[in-house]
Design a binder for this molecule. Structure first.
Ligand code: G6P
Length: 611
């Protein structure tokens, strides 16, 4: 989940590299580095702990220039966040390597190379790549062949870019599981972990397939598949804007993205509902063949996307009357699941590159599902390319590490999936129409909910000095409570847990005192009275309650009970999308008060491409 950029050109590419990793920082941002081959034939390397701005400071004081180079933004896996562990890693002032992923068998390779006299200067798994390639080059083979032979030794998941100071005509790059794209320029060529890194220099891209390796030269790119055959990978022209996503007048990307939700949800629904009917074509050309066979859905995802899956279970079971199970991808992939006939495997992912989710999809393709499907925000992602069906969310680029608009657009897409399956089954056609119209009203209701922002900012003061918080919900708003707790812990570093309110008495009640704020999500649904009783249990123990409540629920503020009145007439289908919004805002304002790095919270990354 690190960011990788490589370039070969007839001009100085230091700025291309720095701008490239700036655009990839969402993949990790604990340290950065760059290595270039100078015109004097020597490698110039600068590395810094912290974000790209730290590296820039170093480069200003002591510039590197060159026409061949690599740069990296790190999310530490092996070895602490230090300059010595930052990438690139060198071997003998000759080989320079950047790496995203994990070489699982690095210890044995390291021992072997150390015994042969290679000196290790870092605690990373990556350094073995540099030394092994260096060692293989002693057999009088070229860099491309040395990388090929090295790949045969590595176990794990990785994307690498390598150059050799003695073969300055090329970069060599290879991928197993971690994403890589080639950027085709005019007399210059590039490689990166995502196209956004290269948009300022080219619009022509080809995505490397699993196991591919490529030789990137000034005059062209040769791609080899996992068996070593030369292959063509389609070149597509991206229409994405090269402008870095602007923050506008918002203090943080996260706040901007929260406010973009009405538009993003509307875009996700747009042209996908016609009258009382969901257009199946939105799921891809095979939808009409696959959807009628679906009797069961198995959802797999990570993080926020997993919470979207938990909401979808209600949409599918109640809306389409089919069973649905939901599981985190890192558990699923090692569980050897038993697949019921007629089951659709559904992966949900903002990025479409999350290692565990992608591995789960690949596993699922082998084990008897009716088909695989993806709900995803990135059309070029591996997940979308490998799934049989896909429904794109149209959230637009999400920059804040804490996911906001990606989540609510996933819920909108999952609502559409529920309706698409429902309308194929015996579910009342009229009801499908009612639900479709309810969905279409969500953007406007989210807009209304955003008006609570100022009040929520005031509430945030009650949380800023707390160490723990408890979130409660019931039914489909239980996953919303989970998402609220996740937002708070991710960006404010306050320990937060979510419970189904009915579980409170089975343990968490023991934690409740006047120092433990309890946040409850209280739509006006059939579980309301049950929820009220649960909240009484909190009050009776002196717990301080903060309730986001429907105006018709009869909640009144009193000592120790604060009520935030939500818009009226929120239907059960709409509630998860709308009740999420104030929880996002609460986490945001608490984090601002605590002075944390809201958009890039410590230890996290937006795209998690390691297990
Ligand atoms: C990381 C991000 C989360 C995200 C999760 C899954 O942990 O910080 O915001 O929910 O990965 O990512 P995906 O791209 O698969 O939705």
């Amino acid at each position: 989940m690190c960011g990788i950029v490589g370039a070969i050109a007839q001009r100085d590419i230091s700025e291309v590299l720095v701008e490239g990793i700036r655009r990839l920082q969402y993949r990790g941002y604990d340290s950065t580095g760059l290595a270039m081959l100078g015109d004097n034939g020597a490698i110039c390397m600068r590395r810094a702990v912290g974000k790209v701005s730290e590296l820039e400071r170093k480069l200003e004081a002591s510039p590197c220039r060159g026409r061949l180079g690599i740069a990296h933004s790190r999310w530490a896996t092996h070895g602490g966040v230090t300059e010595a562990n930052a990438h690139p890693h060198l071997s003998g002032e000759r080989i320079a390597v950047i790496h995203n992923g994990i070489i699982e068998n690095y210890e044995s390779i390291r021992e072997e190379l150390a015994a042969r006299g290679y000196e290790f200067r870092s605690e990373t798994d990556t350094e073995v790549i540099a030394h092994l390639i260096h060692d293989l080059l002693k057999q009088d083979i070229d860099l491309t062949e040395a990388v090929r032979q090295a790949m045969r030794r590595f176990e794990g998941a990785y994307a690498i870019v390598v150059f050799d100071a003695q073969q300055p005509d090329r970069l060599v790059t290879a991928r197993i599981a971690s994403p890589l794209v080639i950027g085709h320029g005019d007399g210059e060529n590039f490689v990166a972990s995502g196209i956004q890194a290269l948009l300022p220099v080219t619009r022509r891209f080809s995505v490397l397939d699993e196991g591919d390796m490529a030789e990137v030269r000034l005059d062209g790119v040769t791609i080899y598949d996992a068996d070593g055959n030369i292959v063509e990978r389609e070149i597509t022209v991206s229409e994405q804007s090269a402008d870095a996503v602007e923050r506008g007048d918002y203090a943080h990307y996260m706040l901007k993205e929260i406010y973009e939700q009405p538009r993003a949800i509307a875009d996700t629904l747009s042209e996908r509902i016609l009258g009382d009917h969901v257009l199946e074509a939105a799921f891809g050309p095979r939808a009409a063949e696959i959807l009628p066979q679906v009797d069961n859905v198995h959802i797999v995802a990570c993080g926020t996307s997993y919470h979207a899956g938990l909401v979808a279970r209600y949409y599918l079971e109640q809306g389409a009357r089919i069973p649905c199970t939901v599981e985190v991808a890192s558990e699923y992939r090692y569980r050897n699941p038993v697949v019921q006939p007629g089951t659709l495997f559904l992966a949900i992912s903002q990025s479409g590159e999350t290692a565990d989710t992608l591995a789960a999809l690949r596993e699922a393709r082998k084990i008897g599902y009716v088909a695989t499907a993806a709900i995803c925000n990135v059309a070029e992602s591996s997940l979308v390319r490998e799934a049989d069906l896909s429904l794109m969310t149209r959230a637009g680029p999400e920059v804040g590490v804490a996911s906001t608009k990606a989540f609510t657009t996933q819920l909108a897409a999952l609502g559409l999936l529920g309706l698409a399956i429902g309308q194929r089954r015996s579910v009342d056609r009229r009801l499908v129409g009612v639900y479709a119209r309810q969905m279409q009203r969500v953007p406007e209701m989210v807009q209304q909910t955003l008006k609570l922002d100022a009040q929520i900012r005031v509430w945030a003061r009650h949380f800023a000095d707390k160490h723990h918080a408890l979130f409660l919900g019931r039914g489909p708003t239980y996953p919303v409570a989970m998402e609220g707790a996740l937002k708070l812990k991710e960006i404010s570093y306050i320990h937060a847990e979510a419970y189904p309110a009915g579980e409170l008495k089975h343990g968490p009640l023991a934690l409740v005192d006047d120092d433990m704020p309890v946040i409850a999500v209280a739509p006006n649904d059939r579980l309301l009275e049950k929820l009220k009783s649960n909240l009484q249990e909190v009050r009776a123990r002196g717990g301080r309650l903060f309730v986001f409540a429907d105006p018709n629920t009869g909640f009144t503020p009193s000592d120790g009970v604060d009520i935030m009145t939500m818009p009226e007439h929120i239907e059960p289908l709409q509630a998860p999308l709308i009740y999420t919004v104030p929880l996002q805002l609460l986490a945001y304002h608490v984090a601002v008060l605590r002075g944390t790095d809201v958009d890039q919270p410590r230890n996290l990354a937006k795209s998690v491409t390691v297990e």
